[in-house]
Write a protein that binds this ligand. Structure first.
Ligand code: GRF
Length: 202
């Protein structure tokens, strides 16, 4: 059973989908720790409700990003975490964390990368007028949404979509895709070769 931590800043609907997949046996791992940079994050409440350790680490108590990431490292190492899952964690990670967990940090992004990276992927895709967008689960490197792609799912952008309706359908796809990507990791089926993530099926 892989030891998983989830980092989240907000609602935590992806966390919820992951916890349900763990409970349903679709993920052969356990979520041992949830950390947030926002005290009011619903993600913390969702974890506590299930008796999972939930920590709020206040960025205002630390100067630079590196100092904050060093503070994150402590509970992650103490819990002997093997995979860090970012689920709506609204901070760019520094090398402190990325080097301590090489190809062991995942993120989900609400667009088909490399299109529309950044914090407004859904709105940017709509404003561009694409017919198809979607979501991407990728390993995290030091760039903004630039690491090797693990899985992607396409979602049509409809003419009468608002950012809200499109986001809803993309999130529904995220909730299917993220548990699958996590399970591939838990089974040791993911190998990174340069920019490419290979899924071993043997
Ligand atoms: C997700 O839609 C994800 O694409 C983005 O942040 C959102 C988090 O939503 N990175 P939630 O907190 O999991 O509900």
């Amino acid at each position: 059973m892989k030891r998983i931590a989830v980092l989240a800043s907000g609602e935590g609907s992806n966390l919820e989908a992951i916890l349900k997949a763990v409970e349903g046996g679709e993920i052969s791992g356990q979520v041992l720790l949830v950390i947030s940079d926002r005290e009011e994050a619903r993600a913390l409440e969702r974890a506590r409700r299930r008796g999972i350790e939930a920590l709020f680490l206040d960025p205002r108590s630390y100067g630079k990003r590196e100092a904050y990431d060093r503070a994150l490292l402590e509970p992650l190492q103490r819990a002997r975490i093997e995979l860090i899952v970012l689920a709506g964690f609204m901070r760019l990670l520094s090398p402190v964390l990325i080097e301590a967990f090489p190809h062991r940090i995942m993120n989900v992004h609400p667009a088909l990368l490399p299109s529309f990276p950044g914090t407004s992927g859904v709105e940017d895709a709509m404003a561009y007028g694409v017919r198809v967008t979607g979501c991407t689960v990728h390993f995290v490197d030091e760039g903004l949404d630039t690491g090797p792609v693990i899985l992607q799912e396409a979602v049509p952008a409809l003419q009468d979509d608002t950012a809200g309706t499109l986001r809803q359908r993309i999130q529904a796809a995220e909730h299917r895709l993220y548990p699958r990507a996590i399970e591939l990791f838990c089974r040791g089926q993911l190998r990174v070769e340069g920019r490419r993530c290979i899924i071993e099926t043997g």
